[in-house]
Design a binder for this molecule. Structure first.
Ligand code: FES
Ligand code: CO
Length: 351
């Protein structure tokens, strides 16, 4: 296996969801809200302190015990081993065995940017490029109902997961009943635009003969028009317009747990069937994921290889363009956080 084609340190400059707010609340087993999460190979303790949610490196600087096994004391996370207390910014708030001090000047836990949005806890390991938490275009729109699906782990690089989500040519083979139809194996190659904040946008039109293929109950058809936005590096929004004009908006973010494992957080939003039960909408997506997982996890290597090591044809335009953008992002990152930010804010109509 060759070395990775992408520089995986690049993703440190971006916000990624690491757990749901509900998981954090459910973590309280008498020691307060705190749990262990993983991002880009770094183990984190996530806690809800009085000041809000915080993320710190899970390793206690004293003797390297794991902080998530300790206590949430409201103003600090207390280590389970000797009880040293760590505040939201990582500063040491107290050493029980040496109450009269002094606190050693290098007694600092590593803390990271942390925020709540969309019922998810987001973490950014490096804030120097000034990136923002991705938008979720309909989450706060009262005409939509958004339902979170259960997050899921796949043994693949986040970029492979995004490619799978935005690839139509696999529908007739992997999803012959849920998304594809065996007769339609070709898809129009979309125009692709690049928009601010690292958004790659394109629209898939259904093949001619399939435009009215909506099922009788009015459920969304995979063959309805669909607007895709890939938010670099690992977010996707799919805005599906049904034949009856209603919309289903799917949103997913594939968080890199490390170089070969990702956890996908997602929602299904809809502005039709508002009185109907939510579960069928989630179940349908879950069935599609079940169809995908074994194939995607079979991709070897897990990481996107050098371009010469895989073969592409013109209909792979979306994947090729996505890879080109990821690579350009890594190159910009090599020039520093300013260059990274400048790259994300470039706009181009036809890429
Ligand atoms: Fe954390 Fe000693 S290892 S207080
Ligand atoms: Co699929």
């Amino acid at each position: 296996m060759g070395e990775s084609f992408l520089d995986n340190d690049t993703w440190r400059y971006f916000w990624h969801p690491v757990c749901t707010v509900k998981e954090l609340a459910d973590s309280d087993k008498g020691r307060g809200e705190l749990l262990c999460a993983r991002l880009l190979g770094t183990e984190l303790v996530i806690a809800r302190l009085d000041s809000g949610v915080v993320a710190m490196n899970n390793r206690c600087p004293h003797r390297s015990a794991k902080l998530h096994l300790g206590w949430n004391r409201g103003d600090s996370v207390q280590c389970p081993y000797h009880g040293w207390q760590w505040g939201a910014d990582g500063s040491c708030k107290g050493i029980p065995a040496a109450p009269d001090g002094p606190i050693p000047p290098n007694a600092k836990a590593i803390s990271y940017d942390c925020a709540e949005r969309y019922g998810l806890v987001w973490v950014r390991l490096d804030g120097s490029a000034g990136t923002s938490i991705p938008e979720h275009p309909v989450f706060d729109d009262p005409t939509f109902r958004c339902v979170p699906g259960p997050s899921y782990d796949w043994k693949t690089h986040s970029a492979r997961r995004v490619e799978n989500y935005t690839d139509l040519a696999h529908f007739p083979f992997v999803h012959p009943e849920t998304l594809g139809s065996a007769g339609h194996v070709t898809f129009l190659t979309p125009q692709i635009a690049f928009r601010k904040e690292g958004r790659m946008r394109f629209r898939y039109a259904p093949p001619e003969g399939a435009r009215n293929a909506v099922d009788a109950s009015g459920n969304f058809s995979p063959l309805a028009f669909s607007d895709y936005t890939i938010r670099l590096p690992f977010g996707v929004t799919v805005d599906l317009t049904l034949q009856n004009g209603a919309r289903t908006v799917l949103w997913v973010w594939a968080t890199p747990l490390d170089d070969i494992h990702c956890r996908s957080f997602w929602f299904a939003c809809r502005n039709g069937d508002l009185d109907g039960p939510d579960q069928p909408h989630i179940d349908q997506q879950m069935r599609i994921l079940e169809e995908d997982v074994d194939i995607v996890e079979s991709q070897d290597p897990e990481q996107i290889p050098h371009p010469r090591d895989e073969i592409a044809v013109a209909p792979d335009k979306v994947s090729l363009t996505y890879r080109r953008l990821l690579y350009a992002l890594c190159k910009a990152k090599a020039q520093g956080p300013e260059a990274l930010k400048a790259f994300l804010d470039t706009e181009r109509d036809d890429i």
